[in-house]
Design a binder for this molecule. Structure first.
Ligand SMILES: Cc1cc2nc3c(=O)[nH]c(=O)nc-3n(C[C@H](O)[C@H](O)[C@H](O)COP(=O)(O)OP(=O)(O)OC[C@H]3O[C@@H](n4cnc5c(N)ncnc54)[C@H](O)[C@@H]3O)c2cc1C
Length: 430
């Protein structure tokens, strides 16, 4: 029986774990935290059809709240654009602790073993392959390590250069976040309850203020590392906008990073497959890291099962990377380029785009079917913007979008070092 170690109880790792255990594999999840510490202490937006397809019953109304449409505000707060979401039936705000209950319960039923409080320090490698993980005290050997240890994965970081897997997530392709629930002294949501602010308090990034019946959900999202002062300033300003915000933090209150580039170019090696944030799977514009990880877990389990008794080399595991990119990952290329372009705008430029209706519901509504494609959006900006100095940035973004199309076409179906190296040349042009 093949032995699999899931490093870190990330969402994708747990999904692959229960599916593989159900197919007869010997699966152990090694997680640094204790069981009751798993998951962020708040609700997150998830796409319910993936849960149904995986046979995960996750519909307890105590923990799964409806999702509503958002209103977007420009930096000067002179224009508010409400994006009517067409997928409200399928989107939900799910309590992250409850989500972990659902995933770990399915794992236990499927025979997955858990070792909590076990901090992995790196991969055990032998010659050209990963053959286990180590903690400070001991080595644990296996046939495959599934790296679900998130953005700072020590396993990915310890891989040798010859693996071709990059050790670090590009620091320019992450967003720094602070999120907390404050008490809602009014005990009812405001009529315009979901709001997103660009350049809130003059900081490059995106914050939100969401009022629920009993709490005020505040997220501070920054393209630069967050300071305590920046967090306090944002919270104070939201308390001004929504005066019923209490001072007491009910849940959350932590600072985290989310990868917002495309998936790293290579996330498999001999005996190794990364999943979720450890290889930058979240959607660059809208998040969805949980669903991306769940879907990747499903694809990885299929790939491993299809390999049967054969060794799990980078050639066999490439099918996982290839199928994931084709089904989900390639959509990120253009979103990532667009995000980079939007992040390069100043507050004044963004105000101009909102006030002159260059950015409207059609451009902002990523989750709505009215969403304009990144190319159409850049062309629209180019045709409206009188400022010639923006044109080089638009031209550069359009060039990268053209490269992204090439990257999609050239993704090798079968892995070979040469085919991969050829593809990587184009990937690096994006
Ligand atoms: C503020 C915020 C809001 C978000 N909103 C959404 C949203 O609405 N929808 C959505 O889909 N996504 C959202 N995300 C993104 C989402 O959290 C991630 O994309 C998602 O959790 C997938 O990450 P993961 O499961 O791969 O890794 P993680 O969630 O980071 O899990 C990694 C696990 O590995 C463990 N680990 C780490 N190091 C070690 C080690 N050395 N040894 C053993 N174990 C280790 C960690 O303890 C952790 O349990 C949000 C993130 C943040 C921060």
């Amino acid at each position: 029986m093949k032995k699999i170690i899931v490093a870190g109880a990330g969402h994708g790792g747990l999904t692959a774990a229960f599916l593989l255990a159900e197919n007869g594999y010997d699966v152990t999840v090694m997680e640094a935290k204790r069981r009751n510490e798993l998951g962020h202490d708040w609700h997150d937006c998830v796409w319910m059809p993936d849960f149904k397809r995986l046979g995960l019953k996750a519909d307890d109304e105590k923990f799964v709240l409806p999702f509503f449409s958002y209103t977007y505000h420009n930096p000067a707060e002179t224009v508010a654009i409400t994006v009517e979401n067409n997928h409200l039936d399928n989107l939900r705000m799910m309590d992250r602790k409850y989500l972990y209950d659902v995933l770990t319960e399915r794992c236990r039923k499927s025979g997955v073993k858990f070792e909590f409080g076990k901090k992995i320090t790196g991969a055990v490698t032998q010659g050209n392959k990963v053959c286990g993980v180590h903690t400070a005290k001991k080595e644990y050997l296996c046939d495959l390590v599934i790296d679900a240890a998130g953005i700072d994965s020590p396993v990915r970081r310890s891989l040798p250069a010859k693996s071709g897997v990059q050790n670090e997530i590009d620091p320019g392709k992450v967003i720094y976040t602070y999120r907390a629930y404050y008490e809602n002294r009014l005990h009812k949501p405001a009529p315009d309850s979901q709001n997103i602010y660009f350049f809130h308090c003059g900081r490059a990034g995106m914050d939100w203020l969401v009022t629920e019946k009993d709490f005020v959900d505040i997220l501070v999202g920054s393209f630069e590392p967050l300071t305590d002062e920046a967090i306090s300033e944002a919270v104070a300003d939201f308390s001004r906008i929504y005066s019923h915000t209490g001072e007491k933090i009910i849940r959350g209150g932590t600072v985290n990073r989310i990868p917002i580039g495309s998936a790293i170019p290579k996330f498999v090696w001999n005996g190794y497959a990364a999943i979720g944030d450890s290889c930058s799977m979240p959607e660059p514009m809208s998040g969805s890291g949980i669903n991306r990880a769940l879907c990747a877990g499903e694809i990885l389990a299929e790939t491993v099962t299809a390999a049967g008794d054969g060794e799990l080399t980078e050639k066999t595991l490439w099918k996982y990377e290839n199928d994931y990119l084709k089904k989900h990952g390639e959509n990120s290329y253009s979103d990532s380029i667009l995000r980079e372009f939007l992040a390069s705008l100043t507050a004044e430029e963004l105000d101009y785009f909102f006030e002159h209706k260059i950015l409207t519901e059609a451009e902002i509504g990523g989750a709505s079917i009215k969403f304009t494609s990144p190319v159409q959006m850049l062309q629209k900006i180019a045709s409206f913007v009188p400022k010639a100095y923006l044109l080089p940035r638009i031209t550069e973004a359009l060039r990268k979008l053209a490269a992204a199309e090439k990257v999609k076409q050239l993704l090798p179906e079968e892995f070979s070092r040469n085919a991969y190296a050829y593809w990587l040349r184009y990937y690096n042009q994006m």
